[in-house]
Design a protein around this ligand. Structure first.
Ligand SMILES: Nc1ncnc2c1ncn2[C@@H]1O[C@H](COP(=O)(O)OP(=O)(O)O)[C@@H](O)[C@H]1O
Ligand SMILES: [Mg+2]
Length: 257
């Protein structure tokens, strides 16, 4: 995936100022940055959900030339917040992924996807009565149903996830990020907006740091998650050490005196 010179204007205000962004199949690429730095807006531009100037290409094809069904076959999108206005069951939500993707007919996928996000048996539950974290995993199951195979016609598919673990407990954070890693291991591409820097360090191959609607820097977790980045982008001074077993940075939050 390649994005060049992406500018987004919302209500006459420029939100993204000429963003270049690259992500490779087989890898998990995280987008991090402070609140309001433009992460969700960038993800929406990459998915083709909002008007943006510049170019985004998926597997070498400019997304502006793709029909909605072609886009839906190539990438699944998990938005930051999904509101569901009607009293749907979990199964009804997850089956929306079947209608979207190319897997139409394979009725076993929704249940497989639910099991993947640790929601086996939730099929008949009312979506609205689930916890926030459970709802988030239902939405991920919908997206997985849409792009179940990580490749299609020998081309990678893409998962675009906006803060998929924000309201999850630690075990389910690992479940969901494990699903993302597995998708990448099977040849798909994953772009994921993250807040937790330590989880980012553990699970991402590449990190893109946003600040004020622009890319501030990018690199591997080991090169970009350092004191300089913390000070410049987040305005905080925190000790950073390295996880001995994984050789990735570890940022220890501690009360500042
Ligand atoms: N629909 C909109 N209209 C006007 N401004 C918006 C809209 N959506 C987002 N913004 C603004 O754009 C900036 C970036 O938002 P967003 O991409 O959601 O940030 P992030 O995901 O990094 O927290 C914020 O200042 C936000 O207030
Ligand atoms: Mg956001």
């Amino acid at each position: 995936m390649k994005a060049r010179n992406i500018c987004v204007k919302l209500r006459r205000k420029e939100i993204l100022h000429g963003v270049d962004f690259d992500a490779e199949p087989g890898k998990v690429t995280a987008i991090i940055g402070p609140n309001g730095s433009g992460k969700s807006t960038l993800l929406k531009a990459l998915s083709g959900e909002i008007q943006a100037s510049g170019h985004v290409s998926l597997n070498g094809r400019d997304i502006s030339g793709l029909k909605p069904w072609q886009l839906a076959a190539m990438r699944g999108v998990l938005p930051q917040a999904s509101t569901v206005a009607f009293p749907f069951t979990v199964m009804e939500i997850v089956r929306l992924g079947l209608a979207n993707g190319l897997a139409a007919g394979d009725d076993s996928l929704p249940s497989k996807a639910l099991a993947h996000v640790d929601l086996a048996g939730f099929e008949d539950r009312s979506y609205q009565n689930l916890s926030g974290g459970e709802q988030q995993r239902v939405q991920l199951a919908r997206v997985l149903t849409q792009v179940w195979e990580a490749t299609y016609n020998n081309q990678p598919r893409w998962l675009l996830l906006d803060e998929p673990v924000a309201s999850l407990d630690i075990a389910h954070q690992f479940t969901v990020l494990g699903v993302a890693r597995e998708f990448a291991a099977q040849g798909g591409g994953v772009v994921v907006v993250m807040h937790d820097l330590n989880l980012t360090a553990m699970f991402a191959d590449q990190v893109c740091v946003m600040s004020d609607g622009a890319v501030w820097g990018s690199g591997t977790p080991a090169t970009i998650l350092n004191n300089h980045t913390m000070r410049q982008v987040y305005g905080i001074d925190l000790p950073i050490s390295t996880v001995p077993t994984a050789q990735v940075p570890f940022i220890l939050p501690q009360a500042m005196q």
